[in-house]
Design a protein around this ligand. Structure first.
Ligand code: FAD
Length: 395
């Protein structure tokens, strides 16, 4: 763990000496890391159900003021830089990638509310700073990579809206108290028909349902959201009608860097396991590391991981510039492919034991595969990178 902190610190030395960071590292070391192998979430009766260790983790994270770091200082009395939040994501990725995605999704919901009115911010951000989880709901059965196909209808009904339709694969389902939902307000498909809303979990005729069991990221509750004439107040519209997709894209660029950070932390965890294993494991009367092929694989893994972190820090530096969308897509693309490659190499280096579900590298590899889909697949990142390049460098 100390080695990890030195490696993380090499890119972002500023976190050292901050009280929240010391508290956060202690929670990770003492509570989150040891609980990884047996921490699973279930969805029952619309609620995410966790083992007792979950509430211990969340209480410890609340006491360390981690929720407050996701909202501006005005609402939580804490100040965190973009690099600080990224550092948290790497560390969560190392200790419990699914929990990392819980917080990344929560952070995106906060970011959407930050685009809203002062009244919306005053109503929801203090709750979120105290530990009410958020979620961001875009994907539908027939609208995944292409959000323009979203059909969940938000039909005007007096001063408010009536919601009808379904979202799938939504992180923090049943856990969140505040859902930020991209819905269709025009009745015709297309990006200009989409609007963003805040939907409280207590909304009548809104239910959360289970999905089949996931391959990895077991701690992350992922479910379906069902709306059947669910009334949503007009004042819960975020921004203007028809501008929801633009609002979501701004938020997702930041999310990509956070998911990429989780990938980097997770890759380091997998790397660390296999690095120790190949030094210990002897075959043909010598440790596996004496095989040049194996030491080259270890070198490749570590180099690509460092390259991915370099892209993440490059993207962090582009915030506020026209290159932010391009560099965050590059970071997500490279980091998620890097962690999947690290995982599949590591599983092979673990020999037959890596094929069994009780093996830690096996479990972490299942988590790694899940990173492909979050905040857009690799092909979607490539589409975005291409679009940026052809637009910016036409000559
Ligand atoms: C664990 C998990 C958590 C998630 N959490 C959330 C969440 O919190 N909120 C949310 O809204 N969504 C969430 N999702 C959904 C996720 O964002 C989608 O799965 C993702 O956007 C891909 O959509 P899809 O699954 O419908 O695949 P599709 O869009 O159907 O794509 C299928 C395949 O085709 C490729 N493809 C699609 N179009 C093209 C094209 N034009 N050119 C080339 N290739 C293409 C894709 O890359 C992919 O490989 C989550 C998913 C998972 C697995």
């Amino acid at each position: 763990m100390d080695n990890l902190l030195n490696i993380l610190g090499s890119f972002n030395p500023d976190w050292r000496g901050k009280k929240w960071a010391d508290d956060f590292v202690s929670v990770i070391k003492e509570t989150v890391l040891p609980s990884y192998p047996f921490l699973y979430a279930k969805l029952e009766n619309n609620k995410a159900v966790f083992p007792d260790e979950w509430s211990q983790i969340i209480t410890a994270l609340k006491e360390a003021d981690i929720f407050k770091l996701f909202v501006p200082a005005r609402y939580g009395n804490q100040k965190a830089s973009e690099e600080d939040i990224y550092f948290m994501m790497e560390l969560l990725g190392y200790a419990s990638p699914g929990l990392g995605v819980v917080f990344a999704s929560h952070g995106r919901a906060v970011d959407i509310i930050l685009q809203g009115t002062d009244a919306q911010k005053d109503q929801y951000l203090p709750m979120m700073a105290e530990g009410a989880f958020g979620a961001i709901a875009m994907t539908e059965k027939s609208a995944g990579s292409d959000a323009g196909g979203i059909g969940l209808m938000a039909r005007k009904n007096g001063a408010g809206y009536l919601f009808n339709g379904e979202k799938i694969f939504i992180s923090n389902s049943g856990l969140a108290e505040i859902y930020t939902v991209l819905a269709n307000t025009k009745g015709v498909k297309g990006p200009r028909s989409l609007s963003l809303f805040i939907v409280e979990s207590s909304t009548p005729n809104f239910t959360v349902r289970k999905l089949p069991e996931k391959d990895g990221l077991k701690i992350l509750p992922t479910g379906r959201l069902i709306f059947e004439d669910a009334p949503v107040p007009g004042e819960n519209l975020v921004g203007d009608e028809g501008r929801g997709l633009i609002g979501s894209v701004n938020v997702i660029d930041r999310g990509k860097i956070h998911i990429a950070g989780i990938c980097c932390g997770l890759a380091y965890r997998i790397f660390r396991e296999v690095f120790h294993y190949v030094q210990r494991r002897e075959q043909f009367d010598h440790p596996l590391t004496q095989s040049q092929d194996i030491s080259f694989q270890i070198s490749d893994m570590f180099t690509k991981m460092t390259a991915a972190r370099g892209l993440c820090f490059h993207a962090l530096k582009q915030i506020g510039t026209p290159y932010y969308g391009l560099s965050s897509a590059q970071a997500k693309l490279f980091a998620s492919q890097m962690v999947m490659e690290t995982a599949s190499r590591a599983q092979i280096l673990m020999g037959g034991r890596g094929y069994f579900k009780n093996d830690l590298v096996n479990q972490l590899s299942s988590d790694a595969r899940g990173m492909e889909y979050l905040e857009g697949t690799s092909n979607v990142q490539k589409m975005l990178i291409g679009k940026h390049l052809f637009r910016s460098y036409r000559e």
